[in-house]
Write a protein that binds this ligand. Structure first.
Ligand SMILES: [Zn+2]
Length: 351
């Protein structure tokens, strides 16, 4: 995520902290060392929560590149969304369950150590025992807030996963999104009547994130309906390994195609994209042969692939264009812009 700093890597997942989190740290520094411990506690348990989601996702072959910690919570960047409702259920429950486990493990030790008075005292960092009791409160809040049955909270995903099995994915999503909007309005109401700006910010965040979830699902459902061959342009150009970069640039200007399969004796041996053409032009000039700069190892699409599969491949491989294959022969190029047009169609249809 932009504006974040990598702290460390664990289980192959990079743990990043957003700079706004440091602002929070500066803010609480004025409150003294107990408040700093509190923020480190928040950091620790939010990371644990997100790591448990991520490890659950890994079990289903979903890669998690990074976890970013924001003052309002953590975000795990997953390579794709779980396909089956049962997987989504398992992944969504893993985070809050880790907080519930901490509550169970720490409840009696804290009660014995601090006494029931301190443990059930309203949240505060005035004394060390109260600060320690925060382990209990923080995890209770993380579990309770995240299990609200509304998007974008984990509980919203749990609700959708349960409803999806008999209402279908899209209708289940709509219900969890509506709950998200209801909770957002409730937070806004309490924020306004109690002059609590943080509640209002949370309300806006929940409302927008819930709406975005619905849009993402509408797009996904639309992308599922189309196959690559449905959107493939009839004409496309290829080049040969000894075609010069200058010739390829001419093709770009005349054809509006920007990514080219490189074909040698009827067989595709390479692929050059817009970025590679521009970078090579800058470094080597117009006379270099495409064979010198083409990628030899690159992802491919099949003309029978659904657009959702193509989107996943592009996302996972950070590619913006793929050559399209049929029976071992290249039959065209599909780009992220092609998918973008379907996106635009889906988001218009959704409103
Ligand atoms: Zn969570």
């Amino acid at each position: 995520m932009k504006g974040s700093i990598r702290l460390f890597t664990i289980f192959g997942i990079s743990i990043n902290i957003h700079i706004t989190f440091f602002l929070l740290l500066l803010f609480v520094l004025s409150g003294g060392i107990k408040w700093v411990c509190l923020v480190i506690g928040v950091f620790f348990f939010v990371t644990m929560h997100e790591l448990c989601h991520s490890l659950a996702a890994k079990r289903f072959g979903i890669k998690v590149r990074e976890i970013t910690l924001l003052p309002i919570g953590g975000v795990a960047a997953m390579s794709k969304m779980p396909e089956k409702p049962s997987q989504e259920l398992f992944i969504s429950l893993a985070g809050p369950l880790s907080n519930i486990a901490v509550i169970i493990v720490f409840y009696y030790p804290l009660k014995v150590l601090l006494g029931a008075d301190v443990l059930f005292h309203p949240l505060s960092a005035q004394t060390w025992p109260l600060t320690l009791a925060y382990i209990y409160w923080l995890n209770l809040m993380l579990a309770a807030f995240n299990m609200l049955p509304a998007f974008p909270m984990d509980g919203g995903r749990v609700l959708r996963a349960i409803l999806a099995s008999w209402l279908g994915y899209q209708r289940a999503t709509r219900i969890a999104v509506n709950f998200g909007h209801v909770f957002a309005l409730a937070f806004a109401y309490f924020g306004i009547t109690r002059f609590n700006i943080i509640l209002i910010v949370i309300a806006v965040f929940i409302y927008m994130a819930a709406s975005n979830e619905e849009l993402q699902v509408d797009i996904k459902e639309t992308l599922k309906k189309f196959k690559v061959r449905d959107i493939l342009p009839r004409d496309f150009y290829t080049c040969e390994p000894d075609t010069t970069l200058g010739k390829v640039l001419e093709l770009v200007y005349h054809s509006h195609q920007e990514d080219f399969p490189v074909v040698d004796g009827g067989e595709m041996t390479g692929f050059v994209t817009r970025q590679e053409i521009m970078a090579a032009m800058h470094r080597f000039g117009a006379d270099i042969a495409i064979g010198e700069i083409m990628a030899k190892d690159f992802p491919r699409a099949k003309d029978t692939d659904s657009l959702i599969k193509i989107q996943n491949i592009m996302h996972e491989k950070s590619a913006r264009a793929l050559p399209v294959m049929r029976d071992g022969l290249v039959v065209g190029v599909v780009t992220i812009e092609d998918i973008g047009r379907i996106y635009a169609m889906a988001s218009q249809g959704a409103r």
